[in-house]
Ligand binder design. Sequence first.
Ligand SMILES: Cc1cc2nc3c(=O)[nH]c(=O)nc-3n(C[C@H](O)[C@H](O)[C@H](O)COP(=O)(O)OP(=O)(O)OC[C@H]3O[C@@H](n4cnc5c(N)ncnc54)[C@H](O)[C@@H]3O)c2cc1C
Length: 431
Amino acid sequence: MNSTLLDVIVVGGGPAGATAATVLAREGKSVLVLEKEHFPRFHVGESLLPYNRGIFEEIGVWDEIQNEGFMVKKAAQFFMGDGEPHARLEFAKGAFTENPSAFQVERARFDEILLRNAERRGAKVKEGCRVMSHEISEERVTVRYQDDAGATHETQARFLLDATGMVSLTGAQEGIRHVREGHRKVAVFGHFKGVKMPEGEEAGDIHLVVRKDSWFWMIPLSAEKVSVGLVISREEFASLGKKPEGVFEALVQSTPELQRRMLLADLLGELHVITDYSFQLDRMVSPRLIRVGDAAGFMDPVFSSGVMLAMQTGLEGAQCAVAAINANKTLTDEMLAYQSRTREAMGRFWQFIENYYTLNFIDLFLQPNPMLKLTSAINAVLAGRPDLPWKVRWRLKVFFVLVWLQKWVPVVPRIRWTADSDAGGQKVSAT
Ligand SMILES: Cc1cc2nc3c(=O)[nH]c(=O)nc-3n(C[C@H](O)[C@H](O)[C@H](O)COP(=O)(O)OP(=O)(O)OC[C@H]3O[C@@H](n4cnc5c(N)ncnc54)[C@H](O)[C@@H]3O)c2cc1C
């Protein structure tokens, strides 16, 4: 055996890579994380889900996360563009949701905590190292990377975990990464001070404001700082004929709820732009290779599922690698089961995401009815509960039947965009 052969190379030190590296090191595997940036670094994706807690505990970082002073998120609030109707999905009120709260995090700090935790537990981390290519043979994986000084290096391992986020390095190199048609979006976002947000019990809530074919998020990161982002279809973005800053400003001004909240807001730093981020892959695993986090596929961020799924897949992907290495195998049934489970978990969120862009869904979502505890079932999914018992699954089926029925018969009063604008204003009409 080659003495320099590592057990695992993890490419990418975000939440998925850091979680995976922690588990691998804990299990006694030699693991090298190659990360192209130097942490702390800015990253989008600041609103976490309650079920992240179990993973924090599993990788031994819960106390640090809890004591960091991140804003506590007890609920998600959804508004139409002019403020009404409005619904607050409070995690503690979900009959099938065990964890009552999550956190809103500045990713620079959060990701650094996770990566340093991996390092403390025995993973070797090299920052400023960009992986350029990989090669997989029957015996090993070879990875070539370039450091900050421009020098190239080569390193080898038994397994490769791709945790490169939305670029999905290996998926792109293999040509199996496909953008989700119908979900070509542009996101424009930044940090602001002076945004009007609630105080007291609701101070840490995420706020989502629904417009026709677009939406805003407002995520309180501290008492002073709020992350505000716009997600808009590529077509609408292009039709406005403006730069991202102009589009952001125009839509804030034409959305009464945003306009009211942002009256005294000042941008801190710059606005960021990301396009066409929803994609899927033909496969997540192949001999000696496991993709975790966004590198395994990414969905529209409306329900804040990204970090939760990244850490869950990081955890499970690492467990698969450990088992495969111990059994001296390159592709195992566990790896294929991991792929199926991950597809199922993503599918659960996709059902909500696809429907979110339809008015019949919004009608029911913004006017919840406590009947049959349907809202509790939705609460469990949107809190990130990974195992959905039958009592949740049948309720979800009933909910989506009602959403479908709403197209033809008004199960609840219909919400309509106002005739005079597409600015997210609307009225509720009991047709
Ligand atoms: C507009 C938008 C809003 C979002 N909002 C939320 C939200 O509110 N809540 C939520 O949970 N999620 C949100 N997400 C999703 C969230 O950002 C991701 O799901 C999450 O960051 C995935 O973690 P990851 O570790 O897989 O990837 P990342 O966090 O992207 O980490 C990947 C790492 O790999 C490194 N890397 C990439 N290429 C290479 C290379 N060649 N060599 C070495 N290193 C490399 C990168 O530098 C990076 O540090 C949002 C996403 C978008 C686009």
